[in-house]
Design a protein around this ligand. Sequence first.
Ligand code: C2E
Ligand code: CA
Ligand code: CA
Ligand code: CA
Length: 275
Amino acid sequence: AKDAGRGTAVVFDDTMHREAEERRLLQEDLRLALDGGQLRIGYQPIVSVRQGDIIGFEALVRWHHPERGLLLPSTFIALAEETGLIESIGAWVLRQACSDAMTWPAHMRVAVNISPAQFGSAALLNHVAEALAASGLLPDRLELEITEALFMNHLAESDGFLRDMRALGVRIALDDFGTGFSSLGYLTRFPIQKLKIDRSFVSGATDFENRKAVVEAIVGIAKSLHFETTAEGVETAEDLAWVRSLGCDQAQGYHFSKALPIDHVGAFILGFGNG
Ligand code: C2E
Ligand code: CA
Ligand code: CA
Ligand code: CA
Protein backbone atom coordinates (compact mmCIF):
# COMPACT_ATOMS: atom_id res chain seq x y z
CA ALA A 1 0.00 0.00 0.00
CA LYS A 2 2.88 2.33 0.87
CA ASP A 3 4.53 1.68 -2.50
CA ALA A 4 1.30 2.20 -4.37
CA GLY A 5 0.81 5.51 -2.58
CA ARG A 6 4.26 6.68 -3.45
CA GLY A 7 3.74 5.54 -7.05
CA THR A 8 0.60 7.58 -7.33
CA ALA A 9 2.36 10.64 -5.95
CA VAL A 10 5.16 10.27 -8.51
CA VAL A 11 2.72 9.94 -11.40
CA PHE A 12 0.80 12.97 -10.14
CA ASP A 13 4.00 15.02 -9.87
CA ASP A 14 4.95 13.93 -13.35
CA THR A 15 1.61 14.96 -14.82
CA MET A 16 1.74 18.33 -13.11
CA HIS A 17 5.27 18.83 -14.36
CA ARG A 18 4.28 17.93 -17.91
CA GLU A 19 1.28 20.24 -17.79
CA ALA A 20 3.39 23.12 -16.50
CA GLU A 21 5.96 22.47 -19.22
CA GLU A 22 3.22 22.27 -21.85
CA ARG A 23 1.81 25.61 -20.71
CA ARG A 24 5.25 27.22 -20.77
CA LEU A 25 5.81 26.06 -24.36
CA LEU A 26 2.38 27.23 -25.49
CA GLN A 27 2.96 30.58 -23.79
CA GLU A 28 6.24 31.09 -25.65
CA ASP A 29 4.52 30.17 -28.91
CA LEU A 30 1.70 32.61 -28.21
CA ARG A 31 4.15 35.48 -27.83
CA LEU A 32 5.40 34.75 -31.35
CA ALA A 33 2.00 33.97 -32.85
CA LEU A 34 0.78 37.55 -32.98
CA ASP A 35 3.86 38.93 -34.75
CA GLY A 36 4.04 35.82 -36.91
CA GLY A 37 0.54 36.35 -38.32
CA GLN A 38 -0.71 33.06 -36.85
CA LEU A 39 -3.77 34.62 -35.24
CA ARG A 40 -6.76 34.99 -37.55
CA ILE A 41 -10.33 36.06 -36.98
CA GLY A 42 -13.34 33.95 -37.87
CA TYR A 43 -16.58 35.88 -38.46
CA GLN A 44 -19.89 34.32 -37.45
CA PRO A 45 -23.05 35.92 -38.87
CA ILE A 46 -25.78 37.31 -36.61
CA VAL A 47 -29.19 37.20 -38.29
CA SER A 48 -32.31 39.22 -37.61
CA VAL A 49 -35.10 36.79 -36.72
CA ARG A 50 -37.91 38.84 -38.19
CA GLN A 51 -36.35 40.03 -41.46
CA GLY A 52 -34.03 37.09 -41.92
CA ASP A 53 -31.09 39.27 -42.95
CA ILE A 54 -27.56 39.55 -41.62
CA ILE A 55 -27.16 42.39 -39.14
CA GLY A 56 -23.46 41.79 -38.52
CA PHE A 57 -20.74 39.34 -37.53
CA GLU A 58 -19.03 38.34 -34.29
CA ALA A 59 -15.22 38.26 -34.41
CA LEU A 60 -13.88 34.99 -32.98
CA VAL A 61 -10.12 34.60 -32.75
CA ARG A 62 -8.35 31.46 -34.01
CA TRP A 63 -4.72 30.42 -33.76
CA HIS A 64 -3.22 28.66 -36.74
CA HIS A 65 -0.32 27.02 -34.92
CA PRO A 66 2.51 25.87 -37.22
CA GLU A 67 2.74 22.40 -35.58
CA ARG A 68 -0.51 21.94 -33.68
CA GLY A 69 -2.86 23.14 -36.38
CA LEU A 70 -6.04 25.10 -35.69
CA LEU A 71 -6.46 26.04 -32.03
CA LEU A 72 -9.74 27.42 -30.68
CA PRO A 73 -9.87 30.19 -28.05
CA SER A 74 -10.56 27.71 -25.23
CA THR A 75 -6.97 26.46 -25.58
CA PHE A 76 -5.24 29.85 -25.37
CA ILE A 77 -7.44 32.76 -24.17
CA ALA A 78 -7.07 31.81 -20.48
CA LEU A 79 -3.31 31.56 -20.98
CA ALA A 80 -3.28 34.96 -22.67
CA GLU A 81 -5.23 36.37 -19.73
CA GLU A 82 -2.85 34.95 -17.15
CA THR A 83 0.26 36.18 -18.94
CA GLY A 84 -1.03 39.63 -19.85
CA LEU A 85 -0.73 38.85 -23.56
CA ILE A 86 -4.48 39.42 -23.82
CA GLU A 87 -3.79 43.16 -23.93
CA SER A 88 -1.91 43.03 -27.23
CA ILE A 89 -4.05 40.23 -28.66
CA GLY A 90 -7.18 42.20 -27.79
CA ALA A 91 -5.79 45.36 -29.38
CA TRP A 92 -4.98 43.41 -32.54
CA VAL A 93 -8.46 41.85 -32.72
CA LEU A 94 -10.07 45.29 -32.33
CA ARG A 95 -7.94 46.82 -35.11
CA GLN A 96 -8.39 43.89 -37.47
CA ALA A 97 -12.13 43.50 -36.86
CA CYS A 98 -12.82 47.22 -37.40
CA SER A 99 -10.83 47.31 -40.62
CA ASP A 100 -12.46 44.08 -41.90
CA ALA A 101 -15.93 45.48 -41.14
CA MET A 102 -15.15 48.41 -43.46
CA THR A 103 -15.32 45.94 -46.38
CA TRP A 104 -18.92 44.92 -45.52
CA PRO A 105 -22.22 46.66 -46.34
CA ALA A 106 -22.46 49.81 -44.23
CA HIS A 107 -25.41 48.66 -42.09
CA MET A 108 -23.54 45.63 -40.75
CA ARG A 109 -21.93 45.67 -37.32
CA VAL A 110 -18.94 43.84 -35.96
CA ALA A 111 -18.97 42.39 -32.43
CA VAL A 112 -15.68 41.99 -30.53
CA ASN A 113 -15.24 39.99 -27.33
CA ILE A 114 -13.54 41.85 -24.48
CA SER A 115 -11.99 39.81 -21.68
CA PRO A 116 -12.33 41.03 -18.08
CA ALA A 117 -8.51 40.84 -17.94
CA GLN A 118 -8.32 43.66 -20.50
CA PHE A 119 -9.77 46.00 -17.88
CA GLY A 120 -6.67 45.73 -15.71
CA SER A 121 -4.98 48.61 -17.56
CA ALA A 122 -6.12 51.95 -18.93
CA ALA A 123 -4.95 50.93 -22.41
CA LEU A 124 -8.28 49.43 -23.52
CA LEU A 125 -9.95 52.79 -24.07
CA ASN A 126 -7.09 53.89 -26.33
CA HIS A 127 -7.16 50.59 -28.21
CA VAL A 128 -10.83 51.01 -29.04
CA ALA A 129 -10.39 54.64 -30.06
CA GLU A 130 -7.33 53.77 -32.18
CA ALA A 131 -9.10 50.88 -33.92
CA LEU A 132 -11.98 53.21 -34.87
CA ALA A 133 -9.69 56.03 -35.99
CA ALA A 134 -7.36 53.79 -38.02
CA SER A 135 -10.21 52.02 -39.83
CA GLY A 136 -12.65 54.91 -40.16
CA LEU A 137 -15.46 52.62 -38.90
CA LEU A 138 -18.45 54.49 -37.48
CA PRO A 139 -18.56 53.80 -33.71
CA ASP A 140 -22.15 52.52 -33.78
CA ARG A 141 -21.01 49.66 -36.05
CA LEU A 142 -18.74 48.36 -33.28
CA GLU A 143 -20.31 46.28 -30.52
CA LEU A 144 -18.23 45.18 -27.53
CA GLU A 145 -19.23 41.90 -25.90
CA ILE A 146 -18.55 41.80 -22.17
CA THR A 147 -19.56 39.29 -19.51
CA GLU A 148 -20.93 39.67 -16.02
CA ALA A 149 -17.57 38.45 -14.66
CA LEU A 150 -16.35 41.95 -15.46
CA PHE A 151 -18.64 43.53 -12.90
CA MET A 152 -17.52 41.06 -10.25
CA ASN A 153 -13.81 41.73 -10.73
CA HIS A 154 -13.43 45.20 -12.24
CA LEU A 155 -16.48 47.13 -11.14
CA ALA A 156 -14.73 50.50 -10.81
CA GLU A 157 -12.86 50.34 -14.12
CA SER A 158 -15.78 48.93 -16.05
CA ASP A 159 -18.15 51.68 -14.93
CA GLY A 160 -16.00 54.46 -16.37
CA PHE A 161 -15.03 52.46 -19.43
CA LEU A 162 -18.60 51.61 -20.42
CA ARG A 163 -19.66 55.21 -20.02
CA ASP A 164 -16.73 56.38 -22.16
CA MET A 165 -17.65 53.80 -24.81
CA ARG A 166 -21.24 54.99 -24.88
CA ALA A 167 -20.03 58.58 -25.17
CA LEU A 168 -18.02 57.46 -28.22
CA GLY A 169 -21.13 55.78 -29.64
CA VAL A 170 -19.84 52.19 -29.34
CA ARG A 171 -22.50 49.59 -28.48
CA ILE A 172 -22.29 47.21 -25.49
CA ALA A 173 -23.66 43.65 -25.36
CA LEU A 174 -23.78 41.45 -22.28
CA ASP A 175 -22.52 38.03 -23.43
CA ASP A 176 -23.39 34.54 -22.14
CA PHE A 177 -26.32 36.06 -20.29
CA GLY A 178 -27.88 33.77 -17.74
CA THR A 179 -24.75 31.75 -16.93
CA GLY A 180 -22.87 34.13 -14.64
CA PHE A 181 -23.64 35.54 -11.24
CA SER A 182 -26.38 37.62 -12.75
CA SER A 183 -27.59 40.54 -10.77
CA LEU A 184 -30.44 42.36 -12.40
CA GLY A 185 -28.99 45.51 -10.86
CA TYR A 186 -26.24 45.44 -13.51
CA LEU A 187 -28.84 45.83 -16.22
CA THR A 188 -29.99 49.23 -15.04
CA ARG A 189 -26.66 50.45 -13.66
CA PHE A 190 -24.68 50.05 -16.90
CA PRO A 191 -25.39 51.43 -20.37
CA ILE A 192 -26.06 48.11 -22.13
CA GLN A 193 -27.89 47.73 -25.46
CA LYS A 194 -28.08 43.98 -25.90
CA LEU A 195 -28.33 40.68 -24.04
CA LYS A 196 -26.84 37.60 -25.70
CA ILE A 197 -28.67 34.59 -24.36
CA ASP A 198 -26.20 31.80 -23.70
CA ARG A 199 -26.42 28.79 -25.97
CA SER A 200 -26.86 26.42 -23.02
CA PHE A 201 -30.45 27.74 -22.85
CA VAL A 202 -30.99 27.73 -26.60
CA SER A 203 -29.60 24.69 -28.44
CA GLY A 204 -32.24 21.97 -28.47
CA ALA A 205 -34.17 23.92 -25.85
CA THR A 206 -37.56 22.91 -27.19
CA ASP A 207 -37.01 19.66 -25.30
CA PHE A 208 -36.76 21.30 -21.91
CA GLU A 209 -39.53 23.26 -20.22
CA ASN A 210 -37.19 24.85 -17.65
CA ARG A 211 -34.91 26.32 -20.26
CA LYS A 212 -37.92 27.65 -22.06
CA ALA A 213 -39.01 29.45 -18.90
CA VAL A 214 -35.54 30.99 -18.50
CA VAL A 215 -35.39 32.31 -22.06
CA GLU A 216 -38.92 33.66 -21.86
CA ALA A 217 -37.99 35.50 -18.66
CA ILE A 218 -34.79 36.93 -20.17
CA VAL A 219 -36.59 38.15 -23.29
CA GLY A 220 -39.28 39.71 -21.11
CA ILE A 221 -36.73 41.62 -19.02
CA ALA A 222 -34.85 42.70 -22.16
CA LYS A 223 -38.01 43.99 -23.81
CA SER A 224 -39.08 46.02 -20.80
CA LEU A 225 -35.60 47.59 -20.57
CA HIS A 226 -35.45 48.13 -24.37
CA PHE A 227 -32.44 45.89 -24.94
CA GLU A 228 -31.97 43.87 -28.08
CA THR A 229 -31.67 40.11 -27.62
CA THR A 230 -29.55 37.63 -29.53
CA ALA A 231 -30.08 33.91 -29.05
CA GLU A 232 -26.74 32.10 -29.32
CA GLY A 233 -26.34 28.46 -30.34
CA VAL A 234 -29.21 28.29 -32.83
CA GLU A 235 -28.25 24.98 -34.42
CA THR A 236 -31.44 23.82 -36.15
CA ALA A 237 -34.53 25.17 -37.91
CA GLU A 238 -36.42 24.03 -34.80
CA ASP A 239 -34.21 26.17 -32.52
CA LEU A 240 -34.81 29.12 -34.83
CA ALA A 241 -38.59 28.67 -34.88
CA TRP A 242 -38.54 28.47 -31.10
CA VAL A 243 -36.48 31.64 -30.48
CA ARG A 244 -38.71 33.39 -33.02
CA SER A 245 -41.80 32.35 -31.07
CA LEU A 246 -40.23 33.78 -27.90
CA GLY A 247 -39.60 37.12 -29.59
CA CYS A 248 -35.78 37.14 -29.73
CA ASP A 249 -34.53 39.85 -32.10
CA GLN A 250 -31.51 38.02 -33.49
CA ALA A 251 -30.13 34.52 -33.83
CA GLN A 252 -26.61 33.22 -34.16
CA GLY A 253 -25.38 29.66 -34.52
CA TYR A 254 -24.40 26.75 -36.71
CA HIS A 255 -27.87 26.75 -38.34
CA PHE A 256 -26.65 29.78 -40.29
CA SER A 257 -22.90 29.32 -40.26
CA LYS A 258 -19.80 28.66 -38.22
CA ALA A 259 -17.22 31.44 -38.02
CA LEU A 260 -15.89 32.15 -41.52
CA PRO A 261 -12.47 33.32 -42.67
CA ILE A 262 -12.61 36.97 -43.77
CA ASP A 263 -12.17 36.10 -47.45
CA HIS A 264 -15.36 33.98 -47.34
CA VAL A 265 -17.53 36.65 -45.74
CA GLY A 266 -18.31 38.60 -48.93
CA ALA A 267 -19.55 35.50 -50.77
CA PHE A 268 -21.56 34.44 -47.72
CA ILE A 269 -23.31 37.82 -47.59
CA LEU A 270 -24.14 37.61 -51.32
CA GLY A 271 -25.36 34.02 -51.01
CA PHE A 272 -27.54 34.99 -48.06
CA GLY A 273 -29.36 37.41 -50.31
CA ASN A 274 -28.97 40.70 -48.51
CA GLY A 275 -25.62 42.03 -49.68
P1 C2E B 1 -18.54 33.29 -27.10
O1 C2E B 1 -18.23 34.76 -27.13
O2 C2E B 1 -19.72 32.85 -26.32
O3 C2E B 1 -18.62 32.85 -28.62
C1 C2E B 1 -19.50 31.88 -29.10
C2 C2E B 1 -18.84 30.53 -29.19
O4 C2E B 1 -19.83 29.56 -29.50
C3 C2E B 1 -17.80 30.45 -30.31
O5 C2E B 1 -16.82 29.51 -29.90
C4 C2E B 1 -18.62 29.89 -31.46
O6 C2E B 1 -17.85 29.24 -32.45
C5 C2E B 1 -19.50 28.92 -30.71
N1 C2E B 1 -20.76 28.66 -31.43
C6 C2E B 1 -21.39 29.49 -32.28
N2 C2E B 1 -22.54 28.95 -32.73
C7 C2E B 1 -22.66 27.75 -32.14
C8 C2E B 1 -23.66 26.69 -32.19
O7 C2E B 1 -24.67 26.78 -32.88
N3 C2E B 1 -23.44 25.60 -31.43
C9 C2E B 1 -22.33 25.48 -30.64
N4 C2E B 1 -22.19 24.37 -29.92
N5 C2E B 1 -21.37 26.45 -30.56
C10 C2E B 1 -21.53 27.57 -31.31
P2 C2E B 1 -15.26 29.83 -30.05
O8 C2E B 1 -14.99 30.55 -31.32
O9 C2E B 1 -14.54 28.56 -29.75
O10 C2E B 1 -15.02 30.87 -28.88
C11 C2E B 1 -15.13 30.51 -27.54
C12 C2E B 1 -15.03 31.69 -26.63
O11 C2E B 1 -13.73 32.28 -26.70
C13 C2E B 1 -15.98 32.82 -27.00
O12 C2E B 1 -17.26 32.51 -26.51
C14 C2E B 1 -15.33 34.00 -26.32
O13 C2E B 1 -15.69 34.03 -24.95
C15 C2E B 1 -13.86 33.65 -26.43
N6 C2E B 1 -13.26 34.45 -27.51
C16 C2E B 1 -13.31 34.24 -28.85
N7 C2E B 1 -12.65 35.20 -29.52
C17 C2E B 1 -12.17 36.06 -28.57
C18 C2E B 1 -11.41 37.27 -28.61
O14 C2E B 1 -11.04 37.81 -29.67
N8 C2E B 1 -11.12 37.86 -27.41
C19 C2E B 1 -11.55 37.33 -26.22
N9 C2E B 1 -11.21 37.96 -25.08
N10 C2E B 1 -12.25 36.20 -26.14
C20 C2E B 1 -12.57 35.57 -27.30
CA1 CA C 1 -19.21 36.56 -27.58
CA1 CA D 1 -21.61 33.98 -25.85
CA1 CA E 1 -19.17 31.71 -24.05
